[in-house]
Design a protein around this ligand. Structure first.
Ligand code: SER
Length: 407
């Protein structure tokens, strides 16, 4: 069967509903009441206070699909998004949560059941990783997780990694715990015969990818660096919907899943250019616009308009990056990107009512930003040409370059 992204999301929620989880809507992507975060960057953000014991959960088991935004950090530099085929600014994280209810054994058994019996992923292409201990944290190998996994997978597919890969920390402080990731090998049979997939896990291989992270939240990292055991145990899992869709739809790129293909195909019509999935700047531009349009639309739907400071400035930068790529590589010099909101709503509006409800506002805001930034770009590029002529293509003054960048 061919799975649409919407079916994949719904199947996840139905599966956990059958395991007595309460299905909750995503929390807003824009965070208004946490001074440490502007945007939701992980499914667990909204449950932070429950994990550290300062509030109670509404149910012992919850499942959801969380809208997340990551525009900075080691693996999520905005400037990199669109250049490869698997990073995004916004992504959806499918999660199941246990608040002092079930723990490792059920989390592992259900993850395996869902992946192999419901989604019917090839068991032979799956690898799992477990925490192998860390001296600084004074923690030893996660023997329990190994034990539970060994009920389903052979030893050679259970791989141990240290703190960097398999100890999940929200930040420098906060709730944390060992985790167990599930990786999928998408390579061709020929490649798999040549190199064993287990040697490529956690090696940034574009076709051997992490799809699901099961976090066994049981500690809190204090400012002092001390690790304190929490009173209760929690499960926090996060599975990237776009990556799972890529695996289930059998495509090489996250941008080839149904959702992005629909947006890219409309962008082909609008720009009169063709997307071929290569690494050319033109194809990068298609991916940048498809990704950024979704992120910006959801942020506007959740109440964050582009602005000149704070979270609004982040949104403006993301949108301007899309406009700039459109201008330079797809020759889009008139407001056009806003027309893609229609396609986005057709793809995602059913699962996220806030998109439909704010459709015309989103279109209006993006159109206005396009209009003003395209004019700025045109002026700036003219001035740059003029300066380059005057400098005889040698050296351009630093203050002029800064002014262009800054404005
Ligand atoms: N908190 C973990 C993550 O963000 C699992 O949801 O990856």
């Amino acid at each position: 069967m061919t799975w649409s992204t919407n079916q994949i999301r719904q199947t996840f929620l139905d599966f956990f509903s059958s395991k007595e989880h309460v299905i909750e809507p995503s929390a807003p992507i824009v965070i208004k009441d946490d001074p440490t975060l502007m945007f939701t960057n992980a499914g667990m953000n909204q449950f932070k206070s429950i994990f550290v014991g300062s509030s109670a959960s509404s149910a012992p088991r919850i499942a959801n699909s969380q809208k997340c935004l990551r525009v900075s950090g080691k693996h999520n530099d905005l400037d990199e998004v669109g250049r490869d085929h698997y990073h995004h600014t916004m992504f959806e994280m499918l999660g199941n949560w246990s608040f002092d209810d079930y723990f490792k054994s059920e989390a592992i058994a259900w993850a395996w059941e869902l992946l192999t019996e419901v989604y019917k992923l090839d068991k032979d292409r799956l690898y799992v990783s477990v925490f192998s201990g860390d001296e600084d944290l004074n923690l030893t190998d996660d023997h329990d997780a190994r034990q539970h996994w060994s009920e389903f997978v052979s030893q050679d597919r259970i791989l141990g990694f240290g703190r960097k890969e398999n100890f999940w920390e929200m930040g420098d402080t906060g709730p944390c715990g060992p985790c167990s990731e599930i990786h999928y090998d998408m390579r061709t049979q020929l490649d798999r015969d040549e190199i064993d997939g287990s040697t490529l896990v956690n090696k940034d291989h574009p076709e051997v990818i992490e799809i699901w992270n099961l976090v066994f939240m049981q500690y809190e990292l204090k400012k002092s660096g001390d690790l304190v055991k929490l009173d209760k145990k929690y499960i926090d899992t996060g599975m990237g919907l776009e990556r799972l869709s890529r695996v289930l739809q059998g495509v090489d790129s996250n941008y080839d899943i149904d959702l992005f293909r629909a947006i890219i195909s409309n962008l082909e019509n609008i720009s009169n250019q063709k997307y071929s999935g290569s690494d050319s700047m033109q194809d990068v531009a298609f991916r940048v616009i498809a990704d950024h349009l979704r992120a910006v639309s959801f942020c506007i739907a959740d109440g964050q308009l582009p602005a000149s400071n704070g979270a609004g400035y982040v949104i403006r930068r993301v949108l301007r990056r899309a406009i700039r790529f459109g201008y330079s590589y797809l020759y889009i010099t008139q407001p056009s990107i806003y027309k893609l909101v229609e396609t986005l709503c057709a793809q995602m509006g059913y699962s996220f009512n806030e998109l439909e409800a704010n459709k015309s506002l989103i279109e209006k805001v993006i159109e206005e930003e396009e209009k003003s930034f395209q004019a700025t770009l045109e002026k700036g590029l003219n001035r740059l040409d003029q300066q380059m002529d005057e400098a005889n293509n040698k050296i351009i003054a630093g203050d002029f370059a800064f002014e262009l960048y800054d404005t």
